[in-house]
Unconditional design. Sequence first.
Length: 414
Amino acid sequence: MTDRLKVDARSLRALDWLNFFVANVQTGFGPFIASYLASHKWTQGEIGLALSVGTISAMVSQVPGGAAVDALRNKKGAAAWAIIAIIASALLLASRPTVLPVMVAEVFHGFASCMLVPAMAAISITLVGRHDLGDRLGRNARWASIGSAVAAGLMGLFGEYYSPRAVFWLTGALALPALFALSMIHTNPNPTPVAVKHTPKPEKEERESLRELLRDKRMLIFAACVVLFHLSNAAMLNLAAGEVTAGMGDNVQLVIAACIIVPQAIVAMLSPWVGRSAERWGRRPILLLGFSALPLRALLFAGVSSPYLLVPVQMLDGLSAAVFGVMLPLIAADVAGGKGRYNLCIGLFGLAAGIGATLSTAVAGFVADHFGNAFSFFGLAAAGALAVLLVWVAMPETRDSEPRDETAGVPEVH
């Protein structure tokens, strides 16, 4: 038993570091790409096209990526190949910032990310079981947030004092510790609890078909909530930052950086509490808390005139992000974790998020151009209020009130 506990503790620590370094790597594919391509004389239209290719490839890959992870027996192998593909994408961007390599890198990164997220969720549920998944997902989100904040600082320094290209060499280098952390994760070869080791093992559950999953009311309602969440959230900071920082001087980048780092700090602090509370109180109360921050944040942004007020308002984004980051894979486990479709369900929710985010930026930009930013913020607030209403009126509680068999439906990690 002592050896088993040592193995489990070592694997859980390795999973912490895996989340940290994967977040490091993913940060390199954020706003740094636009700055890097602009430094190589790309026009704004060309940069927008490249980023759109990445967004579209990620959206298209969500469902097949999740289904592929479900189909693969070796979840660690799926995560490893995804990390290697992300390394290749970063090196391709660093070495050849021309049209074809950049487009290929964006496509590779989009698909690899859509495999990496469900693979890491599958590894988490294998290590801790479904009963303790909420706490584990909160811990994952904490380490990922810390990793994102650290990486943003490092990459900003490398980009400032070396070159924008150095960001992507650093991204590739930071992926190597992620592979090492992944290799340190092991599962117990005999996970059956001692107290029930003589109990006959239940027969393997039949895998639920995609049609059956799409008929699940819980999955459909939460997918609609995800669309509305991102419809409200995705365009909010860009719209606010563009409006109130237009006349600023040299402090613009510092304010924007603070708007990114402060919510990450909030996520790091709150995520473990979100996971534990979701297991104690249920999913709906936590969803209502996190989603309620959306309309409030949009209304506050509508009245903000000083750029320095952006940062305190962005603290609400940390609350929403902590709730959403933990609840999406947790509700996917509730809905499909015991039916062999956990990762496919995560992919479907990811597709819903992509649809909502794409509509948010397009619609908010159109409304702002034609009716003003205030109307755009009111529209984003309305979408957030609809998300809260949908959770309140229609979203069923997905937490299983009965004791669960921790090994049923849990994927294997090798």
